[in-house]
Write a protein that binds this ligand. Sequence first.
Ligand code: HEM
Length: 379
Amino acid sequence: MTFDKIYPVLLFKAILFYLLWTILLFPTHLFIIISDSSTMFSNITTTMALFNKDAKSFIKLISIICFLEISALNGQLRVGFYSESCHNVESIVSSMVKEASQREPRMPAILLRLHFHDCFVQGCDGSILIDNVKEAERNAFGHEGLGGFAEIQTAKTQLEVQCPGVVSCADIVALAARDAVVMAGGESYEVETGRRDGRVSDLSFASKMPDVDDSIEVLKEKFKTKGFTEKDLVILSGAHTIGTTACFFMPKRLYNFTGKSDADPSINPKFLPELRSKCPKNGDVNVRISLDNLSERKFDDQIMHNIKNGFAVIASDARLYDDNITRAVVDSYLEITEKSNPNSSSFGNDFGLAMVKLGRLEVKTGLLGEIRKVGDHIV
Ligand code: HEM
């Protein structure tokens, strides 16, 4: 909704409130005037004074209403935001995810990662898609290997035909991430929409992205800065239950962990030769290996078992077992599987909740941002 559409609504509400205000106060004024009617002059003065007081209250009231209204407009993320303005949005996005995944089985993982990278830099505002600026955020080192841009644009093009200028690219990315999880066999969750697109893209903003070789302290701190707990860090990293990594991210962990030509000691000795053979020293850094070597395409809790048993592939996942708090979170999901207690919260369910939280990160709603016409272009 634009401000010119909001303004008449605000004015109407203000008038309505004023009428109610006057009706409520009128008997009081009448009583004051009648009980103090010694002279005509004093009557007029009292009436004027009361009118002045009312006028001031009226202005105050309008300001409060406008403030509340604008605050509400700024925080409008909700499930079904497009139910009236573009009711096909969810089906268009899920069809895109389905078709893209049939063409490219890696797609669910790619789209899930894209949402995380969008949200972690300047909030979930679709700025990761922008490509027509000099030092675009999406070309930052921390976003190495990202994809799914063309697929988001496919959905955007279809949506622009059906409901021009209505659906933000940021929402398409968020919806596609949920559909990606479902495509991979994970639990569904409701995606709040109403995000608006950012207009800023700058490579330097991505410098705070978590790095694969960060210590657990740094990972915790980077997530904390964005409002995430240790539990969120573990659950969201659980996204690595699907997808692949390029060998590009492996050399330090496999060949030079402490600068003494050694491997990360947390790697299970049975797993180290396999990892080294897949990503040989000075080999092709573009070769891709599964992040979850047992079920790369299945969204399950296998990644938690891998982390505990030394079968985590990238270093940042292994680090989750270095710290008492994050280790306890990993273990809690394994206990659930072992005891199969139906009342305990499962990884699948918690992942959905954490994704909703991720999707709220520093969003632009209401009057902020814009609805971009083309995913990768700001004008
Ligand atoms: C804890 C911080 C994280 C670090 C250091 C990290 C790092 C990485 C790295 C290095 C890769 C391989 C990229 C490539 O070679 O293309 C990767 C892949 C992936 N990441 Fe993360 N990640 C983190 C958190 C997350 C989160 C929170 C999500 C989603 C909620 C996520 C989803 C994914 C997915 C799905 C892939 C596979 C992508 C593909 O197959 O192309 N990651 N991550």
